[in-house]
Design a protein around this ligand. Structure first.
Ligand code: FMN
Length: 370
């Protein structure tokens, strides 16, 4: 290891001053209250993972009731949601951390039981096999429908309103979930977008939906407080594109035209929540680094050394960690002191109680208990 790890050098991310480069990746854990407000155990979870001058990104949070694909995922469209999230923000800020809310619409990765019987929506009908989590447990997704062009302004408006609510909850910014085969990603990539109107066809039209969302978020947040997450060549959600370099290169190029805080890039060696190409070097961040002019957060399959290496190489500015953060609330500190990590518990990822969620001790607490 190098003497002064880059991981622990400060960075100015848009309007946010950070003390280190270890970012909490968005991690859906499906433990919201029945009204989809953040629960008390969620306040504990985020608070435990906050660190002075560190950035946290929330789990995907929904701008409307019917935009979710998993029971227990939180929302940000009622006053109760805002009140619940403000507690999380206050807890993170009390510990000197920064927190941005990821806003996502799950699109075709959903089930009609999650939206009062309405079919999930997508840019086009392209059947696929996937799963949604309803009150009855994991079930195959239900058939989706292609949305009418007239419905798009209301969708964009739901994101704008959600961004405004996130702002009133005290967040430091918002991140557009444009990754992992959810709604915005299905517009971007040609395997799922077969539209022939202004939102489909060539990449110049397929980016329209995402860019309208970005503009809506910036209209609320202004400069340096909006991020965008992408997963070039990612396979989660049965997503595909015939020319990912052109699609994502063009998208990143267009994003240069906006005062974003960052571009957040998931490496394709990870499919959603699983490493599918063990030992493969990061490729997506280095590719987008050539195109995108602002800060890049890289994610997907990083450990301490892998993170330090990509930072040293200059292909990313910060590194987001998903799975390791679930079981190591003090992950930045463990990396700083090169301490061993507690293994994560996959069975507890989605839904459940405090068990294997907010009951993982920090390293020092663990040592004290032993
Ligand atoms: C339990 C779990 C839930 C996740 N939920 C989200 C999510 O809500 N939004 C998102 O963009 N990515 C989500 N991810 C993906 C992570 O942000 C991250 O990209 C992935 O875990 C790979 O990083 P890692 O190798 O550090 O775990 C989730 C991952 C896990 C393990």
């Amino acid at each position: 290891m190098l003497d002064v790890p880059k991981l622990f050098s400060p960075f100015k991310l848009g309007a946010m001053d950070l003390n280190h480069r270890v970012v909490h990746a968005p991690t859906t854990r499906l433990r919201a209250d029945d009204d989809l407000s953040p629960s008390g155990m969620m306040v504990d979870y985020y608070s435990q993972r906050a660190s002075a001058g560190g950035l946290m990104i929330t789990e995907s949070t929904h701008p409307s009731y019917d935009s979710r694909g998993y029971e227990g995922a939180p929302g940000i469209y009622t006053d109760a949601h805002v009140a619940g999230w403000s507690k999380i923000v206050a807890a993170v800020h009390d510990r000197g951390g920064r927190i941005v809310m990821q806003l996502g619409h799950d699109g075709r990765q959903s089930h009609s039981d999650l939206s009062n019987g309405a079919a999930p929506i997508a840019p086009s009908v392209v059947p696929f096999e996937g799963q949604a989590l309803t009150k009855d447990g994991w079930v195959p997704v239900s058939p989706h429908r292609a949305i009418d062009i007239e419905e798009i302004p209301a969708l964009i408006e739901s994101f704008r309103a959600a961004a405004a609510r996130a702002r009133s909850a005290g967040f430091d910014g918002v991140e557009l979930h444009n990754a992992n085969g959810y709604l915005a990603d299905t517009f971007l990539q040609d395997g799922t977008n077969r539209r022939t109107d202004a939102y489909g066809g060539g990449i110049e039209s397929r980016v329209r939906f995402s860019l309208e969302l970005v503009e809506a978020l910036i209209s609320v947040w202004g400069e340096g407080r909006v991020g965008v997450r992408v997963s070039p060549s990612g396979k989660w959600g049965a997503i595909s594109d015939t020319d990912p370099e052109r699609t994502f290169g063009y998208f990143a190029e267009r994003l240069n035209g906006y005062p974003l805080a960052y571009l957040h890039v998931i490496e394709p060696r990870v499919m959603g929540v699983e490493t599918i190409e063990e030992g493969k070097a990061p490729v997506a961040s280095s590719f987008l680094r050539q195109v995108y002019k602002g800060p890049i957060i890289a994610a997907g399959g990083f450990d301490r050394d892998g993170a330090e290496s990509i930072l040293e190489h200059g292909d990313a500015d910060l590194i987001a960690f998903g799975r390791f953060f679930t079981s190591n609330p003090d992950l930045p500190e463990r990396f700083r002191r090169n301490l061993p990590l507690t293994p994560y518990v996959r069975d507890a990822f989605w839904g459940g109680t405090e068990r294997h969620y907010s009951d993982f001790p920090a390293f020092d607490g663990q040592a004290a208990a032993a």
